[in-house]
Design a protein around this ligand. Structure first.
Ligand code: 6PG
Length: 484
């Protein structure tokens, strides 16, 4: 019997579409789904339904699945992140052989992937943790794929993963080896964080256009349509235009009927936590996560809006182009922050990531796909060691050009009571970064005053620490330097 090129576990939305994508590229796929109560028969329904007449081999147990795949075997899991992944690895290992590869294509926590790579390698097998972005449609027609883990696995899985990935116009696949350990899932996590940031920025622009400019949904759709023709050209701007035009069955805009509570599965939060762990100010993405959290406080929001009523009034002195500039400038900051986090993690974990290639992988197929990402690839091509994208000429020129509008929009939001957490926190970050003599001297003085935490002096060499007996009552004992 013909053996499969790959075995796929998990026929939910993403798994099913990925299986169809693989098959359409000429690969034979063995498919298996765990039989949870109520989910029996998923495999047969698939091979007799969407998979009918195609090169699929149905498997009804782990043994059958592993047996159906040619060696070295590649088994890909498209299952819920967390404990189910560990359980599935445990079930797979006794049936697989040294040199085989297990791929986790879910949104796993990169710490888990780091651990799993070691655990699976200890058994003589290889493990790949791959970010896959693009939703249902991307999975079917070409996602952006971010594989990392055991480097030995890459030559084995390369043809399949690059085969199913989205392609740039010149045919370059949006899938390259990211790096060792949890690098693939880390990069996917930051992708999702950036996705949160982009969505928050777009929603802030929407809020200004709607509440301050008084545009209706069709008028806003025209604005986003125009924006999508220029430097903001991206998937998320495009779908925003479509969403604004979408009508419910009664002919009224569906968007207006959707409750203003934004949920999350946690990858944005993971990005914020990772940034804290790296001491990296990922302010915009973190604000975007907080904004979703704040949106869920529905009863508090109701009460606060009664206690502090201040309806937003229409304002003449704000232009659509200024809102576009503010959105664009803040987006530049968000990507600069996201890549700064990737750089720090790369250094800490020794991943030796190629930042230009990461931006290129995101050019097509994924949720944050945009024309703008090419500028990031160009920046790293010019200067692979760039510590911050804001030092690149393209970023500098664009930010300087947008700055007056950006400042005005943030001020306008504050004066009129429109919450702009992402646009304004990005501006604060920018102003903080470009301030040579900041106010942190006062914080150090306070720390030393109340806790003898010491300080360095501008008139002495760095690395020499001083303590002052500020009140005349303290002693000379100083506090140690440590991080909890
Ligand atoms: C992708 C998306 C996807 C993510 C959803 C929902 O790249 O295809 O990032 O992986 O899970 O978009 O994320 P939230 O539920 O956290 O908004």
């Amino acid at each position: 019997m013909k053996k499969a090129d790959i075995g796929l576990i998990g026929l939910a939305v993403m798994g099913e579409n990925l299986a169809l994508n693989m098959e359409s590229k000429g690969f034979t796929v063995a498919v298996y789904n765990r039989s949870f109560p109520g989910e029996e028969g998923v495999v047969d329904r698939f091979v007799n339904g969407r998979g009918k007449g195609k090169n699929f081999i149905p498997a009804h147990s782990i043994e059958e699945l592993v047996e159906a795949v040619k060696r070295p075997r590649v088994i890909m899991m498209m299952i819920k992140a967390g404990a189910p992944v560990d359980e599935m690895i445990e079930q797979l290992l006794p049936h697989m052989s040294p040199g085989d590869v297990i791929i986790d294509g879910g949104n796993s926590d990169f710490h888990d992937t780091e651990r799993r790579v070691k655990e699976v390698e200890a058994k003589g097998l290889y493990f790949v943790g791959s970010g896959i972005s693009g939703g249902e449609e991307g999975a079917l027609h070409g996602p952006s794929v971010m594989p990392g883990g055991s480097p030995e696995a890459w030559p084995i899985v390369k043809d399949i993963l690059q085969g199913i990935a989205a392609k740039l116009d010149d045919g370059t696949p949006c899938c390259q080896w990211i790096g060792a350990g949890g690098a693939g899932h880390f990069v996917k996590m930051v992708h999702n964080g950036i996705e949160y940031g982009d969505m928050q920025l777009i929603s802030e622009a929407y809020s200004l256009l709607k509440n301050r400019k008084g545009l209706d949904n069709d008028e806003m759709a025209v604005v986003f349509e125009e924006w999508n023709k220029g430097e903001l050209d991206s998937f998320l701007i495009e779908i925003t235009k479509n969403i604004l035009r979408f009508r419910d069955e009664d002919g009224k805009p569906l968007l207006d009927k959707i409750l203003d509570v934004a949920s999350q599965k946690g990858t944005g939060k993971w990005s914020a936590i990772a940034a804290m762990d790296e001491n990296d100010p990922l302010t915009l993405i973190t604000e975007a996560v907080y904004a979703r959290m704040l949106s869920t406080l529905i009863s508090e929001r109701g009460e606060a809006s009664n206690l502090y009523p201040e309806p937003v009034e229409l304002g003449e002195n704000l232009y659509v182009e200024e809102i576009r500039q503010a959105l664009y400038a803040a987006k530049l900051i968000s990507y600069a922050q996201g890549f700064s986090l990737i750089l720090r993690a790369s250094e800490r974990y020794g991943w030796e990531l190629d930042f230009g290639t990461i931006a290129q992988i995101w050019r097509k197929g994924c949720i944050i796909r945009s024309v703008f990402l090419q500028k990031i690839t160009d920046a790293y091509k010019k200067a692979p060691e760039l510590p911050n994208l804001l030092f690149d000429d393209f970023f500098r020129i664009k930010i300087q050009a947008a700055l007056p509008s950006w400042r005005k929009v943030v001020a306008e939001g504050a004066l009129s009571g429109v919450a702009l957490p992402a646009m304004s926190s990005a501006l604060s970050y920018f102003d903080g970064l470009r301030t040579l003599n900041s106010a942190a001297n006062l914080i150090q003085a306070q720390r030393d005053y109340f806790g003898a935490h010491t300080y360095e002096r501008v008139d002495r060499d760095p690395g020499i620490f001083f303590h002052t007996n500020w009140t005349g009552e303290g002693g000379n004992t100083v506090s140690g330097t440590y991080t909890v």
